[in-house]
Design a binder for this molecule. Structure first.
Ligand code: ADP
Ligand code: MG
Length: 482
């Protein structure tokens, strides 16, 4: 399934008429946010270099973490599994029934993780998760079962894995900052909380959401090479040959291939190549993890709205936007002056606006940010800025795919790439813009959509986690008989 997001309606540069100051400002902004093919190539080349560094040694910027998920799926995997997804915005508990032949059924429940839990003690967060699992099992009539259910725990933060169900959290990302978690094993912390509540569940696999996405895509698309997340954060995983993982010290494996969790959100933290603007720098400086996850901050859902807001407030400060009499301007700028008040979802809605006088854009700004009586000129500028930020994100994100495809030599034969995350799913033309960038980066490919097949792998963290728990069981069997 391709992304079902609507089309983006772009604003032509020659439509951007205003005062000479406004026009000059917009020209400069367009210049700063536009990335041409040559620049994309440089980003891609740097990305490939950094991938290699990560495969060669520990501690590289792109961490290239071996996932301990060995070998490929057969599509015949079967059974009942639980999956838990701590992804960023929501916590999900899923009961997955793998039926073989690439088919499955799921039932799930979703709850929000409060800011308090995200930044409080880790024990509270784990207790909360255990409670959600407990409630879910009760709802499904599974609370009293004899045999423990195996659970795949999708924990989407940088974890250095030591086994398929063991690892150590290296750092928090995406607005999480629980105390007592960095340097600890998230599996053990969760298992303890489950034991405290007598919940009959065994955490049998620790899964990064990218790895889960890759596996869920691979369950019915055997040529899957990589899984990507374009949601709150951004990251990717792909299948690598064991003999290319030069830093591997884990001894003999059950297969000659392993999935690598790249942790590519940290790409170019050294600021060698990414086309950072002052708006990106402002966002980075004001984030809870300055100087970290720089690539992620340019391409993922948590940040795009805030970058856009930074441009808009800059224009307001220069009196190029919302200039009215003093009282009105002050009242107006209240909401948009607040950190994170401009959501990435607003950009999606604005980009989809195809009305003649930008009435839909005006309405979105009015309803969500109390910006009344926006002029058509202003709406046009704002829409253009959303487009620039959104398009830059899609083009930069495509560099990672081109790098993976070229690194693995899959350009000719082609491959499937599973992608999960609200940005990819809902942002207008995000996929289209990625394909455009990919065809610029891979000019030798004649039909990019048929060769590098991007697709929504919607239930990566559910089905993928279940499949990982299944692979864990398979590996255990092979090891036991070896
Ligand atoms: P997670 O990454 O936590 O698993 P999602 O994939 O749903 O969750 O991504 C959530 C992120 O997607 C949020 O940061 C939000 O800004 C962004 N988002 C949500 N809805 C939309 C939308 N309609 N268009 C673009 N971005 C969206
Ligand atoms: Mg997710």
């Amino acid at each position: 399934m391709a992304s079902k997001a609507p089309q983006a309606y772009e604003v032509n540069a020659n439509e951007l008429t205003g005062t000479p100051e406004q026009e000059a400002y917009m020209r400069d902004i367009i210049d700063q946010f536009t990335i041409d093919t040559k620049y994309l190539e440089q980003v891609r080349d740097r990305f490939m270099l950094e991938m290699q560094k990560g495969l060669d040694k520990e501690g590289a910027t792109i961490a290239m973490i071996p996932s301990f998920v060995e070998g490929r799926l057969t599509g015949k995997e079967e059974g009942n599994f639980l999956a838990l997804d701590l992804g960023g915005t929501n916590l999900r508990v899923v009961l997955v029934t793998l039926e073989g032949q690439g088919k499955y059924k799921t039932v799930s429940s979703k709850s929000r993780v409060s800011e308090e839990l995200k930044t409080g003690p880790m024990r509270n967060l784990c207790d909360y998760i255990a409670e959600c699992v407990d409630t879910f099992l009760t709802e499904q009539g599974l609370e009293n079962q004899e045999i423990e259910l195996n659970l795949g725990y999708t924990f989407s933060f940088p974890v250095l894995q030591t086994k398929i169900n063991r690892g150590v959290l290296s750092t928090w990302t995406k607005g999480f900052a629980c105390t007592g978690a960095v340097g600890k094993d998230p599996v053990l912390l969760l298992q303890d909380a489950l034991l405290r509540k007598h919940v009959p569940v065994k955490v049998s696999a620790l899964v990064n959401d990218t790895v889960g996405t890759l596996l869920s895509n691979a369950y019915n698309k055997p040529n899957t090479l990589a899984g990507l997340i374009l949601g709150t954060g951004a990251n990717g995983a792909y299948i690598e040959k064991m003999n290319k993982i030069n830093k591997w010290k884990g001894g003999k494996t059950t297969s000659d291939e392993m999935i690598i969790n790249m942790e590519f959100g940290a790409f170019d933290n050294e600021r060698q190549i990414l086309p950072l603007t002052r708006f990106d720098n402002k966002l980075d400086r004001e984030s809870i993890n300055p100087h970290a996850q720089l690539y992620e901050k340019m391409i993922s859902g948590m940040y795009l709205g805030e970058i856009t807001r930074n441009v808009l407030t800059d224009m307001i400060d220069r009196e190029l936007l919302l200039k009215r009499d003093e009282n009105t301007s002050f009242a107006w700028s209240k909401e948009i002056s607040r950190h994170w008040s401009f959501e990435t979802a607003f950009m999606s809605n604005i980009e989809a606006d195809n009305s003649a006088d930008f009435s839909y854009t005006k309405e979105i700004l009015d309803t969500n940010l109390s910006l009344h009586d926006i002029t058509t000129t202003e709406a046009k500028f704002i829409k253009k800025i959303c487009e620039l930020v959104g398009k830059r994100a899609a083009r930069l994100a495509a560099c990672s795919i081109a790098a993976i495809v070229q690194h693995t030599g899959a350009t000719q034969a082609g491959c499937d790439i599973g992608i999960d995350g609200s940005l990819y799913e809902f942002y207008p033309s995000f996929e289209n813009r990625m394909y455009e960038a990919l065809s610029e980066l891979l000019p030798e490919v004649s039909d990019i959509r048929k060769t590098i097949r991007l697709g929504l792998a919607k239930d990566g963290s559910g089905v993928g986690a279940a499949l990982t728990a299944c692979v864990a069981a398979r590996m255990e069997k092979v090891q036991a008989t070896a």
